[in-house]
Design a protein around this ligand. Structure first.
Ligand code: ZN
Length: 335
């Protein structure tokens, strides 16, 4: 270990450590190849992470012998390997971290394991602001293209790394080349899921989407016409109105008929026609009725030349229908 390395380590320690007190080792943090999630880091992402990882601690997962032993990255750099290509044929690059642990009696075995290359699997956590489609270049955190990860050469390029978090040694690697897994901070990922567009591919999904849209529209309309009549209430009101109208019509007809009766009675009275025959008068107006009454009345007028004491005009009013008819016959005979 050279002096510059020790200097860098001592930036992170509470007191300056001597060379024999610390153990330094390289860590393969991540690379630019496509991992089993069909994702990869951009070159810029690796570069920014080489700065962000400095000072970040790493833990030795699931190893009861080492307890809470932690390592710390004190330096990092992007290593380019021109002789090696990624799965899609780009020059292979990886992020090399330099980490240290403080030597203790408890971690001798651990240091031996690291030296032997057993502890080389690392998981990293980061926040990626951009998730770029490798085919069309759209940012899938904002828009959704028609390409699907793992199909037709499509994968997601993680870019614009805003932060990295604690890293750890784990048993199973995600990144095939490096033996590295990665994960994202949940709240960041939830945010991206919220804006992700889900294409509709089945009838059931379509129905569900339409149902939601219809329900939303109905709810909006109900809210808009809150306090207005429902169709059922409107129909009931219309029926009520029609019923009232019919009742008024019936009353009008009845009233008209009463009026006619009254006019006929009046005409009969004035022209000397028996009340019993008043209803026989025809006409819709007072004039028509009076005219008809005049014609009718001739039969009830007292004879001019042979007045009989039995049939006076007054008598004609009060006598029965038969007496009226008799008088009518007499008049006919007289003429
Ligand atoms: Zn695309």
């Amino acid at each position: 270990m050279d002096n510059s390395m020790l200097e860098k380590i001592n930036r992170f320690t509470r007191r300056p450590f001597a060379e024999n007190e610390v153990y330094a080792f390289p860590v393969h943090l991540c690379d630019n190849d496509i991992d089993r999630d069909q994702e990869r880091f951009s070159d810029e992402a690796l570069l920014s992470m080489s700065k962000l990882f400095v000072g970040k601690t790493g833990i030795f997962d699931h190893d009861p012998r080492t307890g809470n032993q932690t390592a710390r990255v004190f330096d990092a750099e992007v290593v380019i390997e021109p002789s090696k290509l990624t799965k899609d044929g780009r020059v292979y690059k990886w992020l090399k971290g330099l980490a240290y642990i403080v030597r203790t009696d408890n971690n001798k075995d651990l240091i031996t394991e690291i030296d032997a290359g057993i502890k080389k699997e690392v998981s990293v956590s980061c926040s990626a602001n951009k998730r770029i489609c490798s085919v069309c270049g759209c940012d899938r955190r904002i828009t959704q293209c028609e390409h699907h990860k793992g199909q037709d050469g499509c994968h997601v390029i993680l870019d614009d790394i805003t932060d990295v978090y604690e890293w750890s040694f784990v048993a199973v690697p995600a990144q095939i080349n490096a033996g590295v897994t990665k994960k994202y901070i949940p709240e960041k990922e939830e945010k991206s899921m919220g804006t992700e567009f889900k294409p509709i591919t089945t009838q059931a999904e379509f129905d569900a989407a339409v149902k939601n849209a219809v329900e939303a529209a109905v709810a909006e309309t109900v809210k808009k016409y809150e306090g207005w009549l429902s169709p059922e209430a409107a129909a009931a009101l219309a029926q009520e109105r029609d019923d009232s109208r019919a009742a008024v019509d019936a009353l009008s007809t009845e009233n008209k008929s009463y009026k006619l009766s009254a006019m006929k009675m009046k005409a009969a009275n004035e022209k000397g026609i028996p009340f019993e025959l008043a209803e026989k008068l025809s006409g819709e107006t007072e004039d028509e009725i009076n005219k008809d009454a005049d014609t009718f009345a001739k039969y009830f007028t007292a004879p001019k030349h042979q007045p009989t004491p039995r049939y006076s005009g007054e008598g004609a009013f009060t006598d029965s229908k038969n007496s009226a008819a008799l008088e009518m016959l007499r008049e006919i005979n007289n003429n």
